[in-house]
Design a protein around this ligand. Structure first.
Ligand SMILES: Nc1ncnc2c1ncn2[C@@H]1O[C@H](COP(=O)(O)OP(=O)(O)OP(=O)(O)O)[C@@H](O)[C@H]1O
Ligand SMILES: [Mg+2]
Length: 381
């Protein structure tokens, strides 16, 4: 259409007066500016050339070629010194002389590999347009997605295997307990055999813990929420741990505020609090002075949350290790799995909460779990 109009204009140019010509040229210029703008904001690079010369490059092409100051038109040979990207220049010099339609992928090796898709379109006889699409970011995302997919597939597979291990493990546990019960009831076994049985029992318990912790961290499970009293949940855990407190001569102090019941996944939260108290006990086992654990619950106005603080005067955590403690499998213990705090993190985050840790080497550690008061709980309160 434009072409027809243009040639008609040329044919009739002698019959037009100066004002007419000016108007029409202005229209052409406006159109030219609009098209230039459009071409410059495109994500793909466009170069118009023939086998000898480059006539046009849009903004993206100048960026890709790293040739901000190039003056067009320019002979292809002369353009060499203006092009920062020599790989693309070399590639252009090959495809400019190739007959027919081309579409190729090009990899530019460097500190970071870059990927391009290059196409050649014929314009008129000798002219052609080169279109260059930068695929680097797309490839990166594709690769990440592939990694995520394979990691999650691996995780599902591992969770499946872990689950399968649980059945025979339960059988081993059951039979070990039967043997131990028989021995307790008078069955005579040599001391040496007794030691073996004890080792089997300890190791199967350890394996059971590893499998369970792994399943909790890897499994996707919807929270099962119910309205619970946090203070009672902590008391249930402390009841369970009573023998360990006595065995290690730990002094326990409690400071419970009267706090509203909140919606939580009781089993999950119990597991999280248990893991933190267990860590506190383990941090105290290596201490000689008086061993103390202080547990506090209160309402935190700033975050509109219930806070549970567990404070010990144990061995503390090195400053450089502090940021790693929530990582899966990070442990400083000979028999630790390093999943205890990963579980805590997962549980608290799934409740929409937050964790604060403070620790001083040889002086002790405090973990504070913040669980937001949910709307439902507020209504009931
Ligand atoms: N109260 C604490 N005092 C000192 N160090 C602690 C305390 N809590 C956690 N840590 C440090 O953080 C690490 C990670 O804790 P985490 O509970 O995740 O694993 P773990 O206790 O080593 O093994 P497990 O999987 O059996 O719990 C511990 O190995 C320990 O170095
Ligand atoms: Mg632990």
């Amino acid at each position: 259409m434009e072409n027809k109009f243009f040639y008609k204009f040329l044919e009739n140019i002698t019959k037009l007066d100066a004002d007419n010509i000016k108007n029409i040229l202005e229209t052409f210029e406006t159109e030219r500016t609009i098209f230039k703008k459009i071409l410059d904001i495109l994500d793909d690079a466009f170069i118009v050339m023939d086998s000898e010369k480059i006539f046009y490059m849009n903004q993206r092409a100048k960026l890709l070629m790293i040739s901000p100051n190039i003056k067009l038109p320019i002979s292809f040979e002369e353009a060499y010194r203006f092009f920062g990207n020599k790989t693309l220049y070399d590639f252009l010099s090959i495809i400019k002389n190739k007959e027919g339609y081309e579409k190729t992928e090009l990899i530019e090796h460097g500190k970071e590999d870059r990927f391009y898709e290059i196409e050649k379109f014929f314009l008129e006889d000798i002219y052609f347009i080169i279109k260059i699409k930068d695929l680097t970011e797309t490839k990166k995302i594709e690769l990440q997605l592939k990694n995520i997919e394979s990691i999650s597939a691996l995780n599902t597979l591992a969770a499946g295997v872990a689950h399968e291990i649980k059945n025979p493990l339960t059988a081993i546990d059951l039979h070990t307990q039967i043997i131990l019960k028989r021995i307790k009831n008078g069955l005579k076994v040599p001391d040496e055999i007794m030691e073996y049985i004890k080792t089997i029992d300890e190791e199967q318990k350890r394996l059971g813990k590893i499998v369970n912790d792994f399943l909790i961290t890897s499994r996707k499970r919807e929270l099962k929420l119910s309205l619970e009293s946090i203070n009672s949940i902590i008391d249930e855990i402390l009841e369970l741990l009573k023998p360990e407190f006595n065995e290690n001569s730990i002094t326990l102090t409690k400071e419970y505020e009267k706090i509203p019941d909140i919606f939580v996944d009781k089993d999950y939260l119990k597991q999280a609090i248990l893991n933190i108290i267990k860590n506190a006990i383990e941090a105290l086992q290596m201490k000689n002075e008086e061993k103390k654990i202080h547990i506090k619950t209160f309402y935190d106005k700033n975050t509109d949350s219930i806070c549970i603080s567990i404070i010990d005067n144990g061995i503390g955590i090195d400053q450089d290790k502090l940021q790693r403690i929530f990582e899966p499998y990070f442990t400083t213990k000979d028999y630790g799995t390093g999943l205890g705090l990963t579980i805590v993190y997962k549980v608290i985050k799934e409740h929409g909460g937050d964790i604060k840790v403070e620790s001083h080497k040889d002086r002790g550690t405090s973990f504070s779990l913040y669980i937001p008061i949910t709307r439902g709980a507020k209504l009931i309160r």
